[in-house]
Design a protein around this ligand. Structure first.
Ligand SMILES: Cc1cc2nc3c(=O)[nH]c(=O)nc-3n(C[C@H](O)[C@H](O)[C@H](O)COP(=O)(O)O)c2cc1C
Length: 173
């Protein structure tokens, strides 16, 4: 699958089959995140792989009851390691770059998962402190996204996008 097919075909999947994920596939997905660009190549991302039911249930509660999160055989909590960016870039690293970099890693992982036949959903609506508690994150680690990964049990339709004519401007607003 080429990159354009993946970009066009990926959907948020919110229903999963119980089938396990092939470990090599999971490694490829995590590796796609690892290969993302980052400010100053600081690579501030951390990936917490969750398979056990109790931890998944804690994530569901932290994610305001989004129960499909626990349906997936694997859930990856993608976090930003604030110090890795702030050591070099100070406040801009802590407040902006580490979040941007981690978001880029998430998108790479979503596309890689789709190309390998898996469904994902970027879950960002959660109580950050509750997620941090669930994964025992130290204070310098900020959870950015919860990513359930599994074989899709639904085929969601494409969601609409604004046309380029509404979002592209020449030279200025
Ligand atoms: C930062 C961010 C946070 C999101 N949070 C949630 C969420 O908490 N729950 C959910 O079901 N979907 C969530 N989504 C998925 C969006 O709803 C979805 O990407 C959007 O509707 C476009 O649909 P598509 O992904 O199928 O193209 C989130 C997406 C992003 C990028």
């Amino acid at each position: 699958m080429d990159v354009f097919e993946a970009i066009e075909g990926r959907r948020s999947v919110r229903s999963f089959k119980p089938d396990q994920i092939d470990e090599k596939d999971l490694e490829k997905i995590l590796d796609a995140g690892r290969l993302s660009p980052s400010a100053g190549n600081c690579q501030p991302w951390e990936f917490v792989v969750i398979r056990d039911k109790t931890s998944k249930q804690k994530l569901v509660l932290a994610a305001l009851g989004q129960s499909f999160v626990a349906e997936a055989p694997v859930v990856v909590v993608v976090c930003a390691n604030i110090h890795r960016s702030s050591n070099r870039y100070g406040r801009r690293g802590a407040e902006l770059y580490c979040i941007q970099d981690t978001a880029a890693a998430i998108q790479n992982m979503l596309l890689a998962a789709y190309a390998l036949g898996y469904g994902t959903c970027w879950v960002g609506a959660f109580d950050e402190e509750a997620v941090a508690r669930a994964i025992k994150a130290p204070p310098s680690i900020r959870p950015v996204g919860i990513i359930p990964i599994g074989k899709p049990a639904e085929k969601p339709r494409a969601t609409p996008r604004l046309p380029l004519s509404k979002i592209v401007r020449e030279n200025q607003f």
